[in-house]
Design a binder for this molecule. Structure first.
Ligand SMILES: Nc1ncnc2c1ncn2[C@@H]1O[C@H](COP(=O)(O)OP(=O)(O)OP(=O)(O)O)[C@@H](O)[C@H]1O
Length: 228
């Protein structure tokens, strides 16, 4: 079985204002193609864990393997290259560039990666936007479409470099029920049809209940896991 993620004995401390252990010996695996939701009360350590898994935080004990590579101990520029090649991110707040078109917003990570021609990137950006039902908004300025549509553009942007793993921090936190369903279905389709892996933190119990597995945290430990 191919693993998308292996987290081994992760411990994380913060030292200010007082020494505090935010993650306590966290170990778990995620299979390629799996859709995992990490849940738990505010302050239990979900975001802290996601920062580590997504390579953004490197100050922890233990090790993380992503897409078959050990990312622990890699230098910052190697991590940046790894992220560009393998990871997509979706946040609660979309961080689109408001004055750029939706199309341009989606194209930027691929232009930065520099693997394809501009024409190829444009074609793929249209394809992703269409997949998310916002193809017709491609040429609109990002600030001029609705919040739900902006979030879908942000997901298209997260997918433009064809990542193996999509990580989300409250990806539907700001969305109404209809847009939440659209985003969920889209992420699920990516797992089912393209064997992408989705690992997301969420407060939305309905969203979590529909995913393949729920990992429940409390006070820095995994207390429960349910597979659907
Ligand atoms: N930079 C930091 N310095 C000190 N303590 C921190 C820092 N970041 C987080 N913490 C603490 O670590 C614990 C876990 O925080 P974390 O943000 O991971 O929780 P969470 O489960 O994501 O919460 P929420 O659902 O509210 O986002 C909390 O007690 C928090 O106060």
């Amino acid at each position: 079985m191919i693993m998308a993620l292996q987290a081994n004995h992760i411990n994380k401390y913060f030292y200010a204002p007082d020494k505090f252990q935010a993650l306590k010996d966290i170990s778990f695996e995620v299979k390629k193609g799996e859709f995992v939701s990490i849940v738990g009360k505010s302050g239990c350590g979900k975001s802290t864990l996601l920062y580590i898994l997504s390579t953004m935080d490197t100050a922890y004990d233990g090790s993380v393997q992503l897409a078959g590579e050990n990312i622990t101990g890699k230098k910052q520029d190697a991590l940046a290259a790894f992220r560009n090649a393998h990871l997509g991110f979706v946040f609660q707040f979309h961080y689109l560039l408001p004055d750029f078109s939706c199309l341009k917003n989606v194209m930027i990570p691929a232009l930065r990666l520099g693997k394809l021609s501009r024409a190829q990137i444009e074609e793929q950006a249209y394809e992703k936007l269409t997949l998310l039902g916002v193809g017709h908004q491609a040429l609109k300025t990002a600030s001029r479409i609705s919040g739900g549509q902006q979030q879908r553009v942000a997901i298209a942007r997260a997918l433009i470099n064809n990542p193996d793993i999509v990580m989300g921090d409250e990806p539907t936190g700001n969305l109404d029920t209809r847009n939440t369903a659209i985003v969920f279905d889209m992420l699920q389709q990516l797992c089912r049809e393209q064997q992408k892996t989705v690992i997301t933190v969420t407060h939305d119990n309905d969203f979590a209940a529909k995913s393949d597995r729920i990992i429940e945290m409390s006070d820095g430990v995994i207390v429960n896991q349910h597979t659907r």
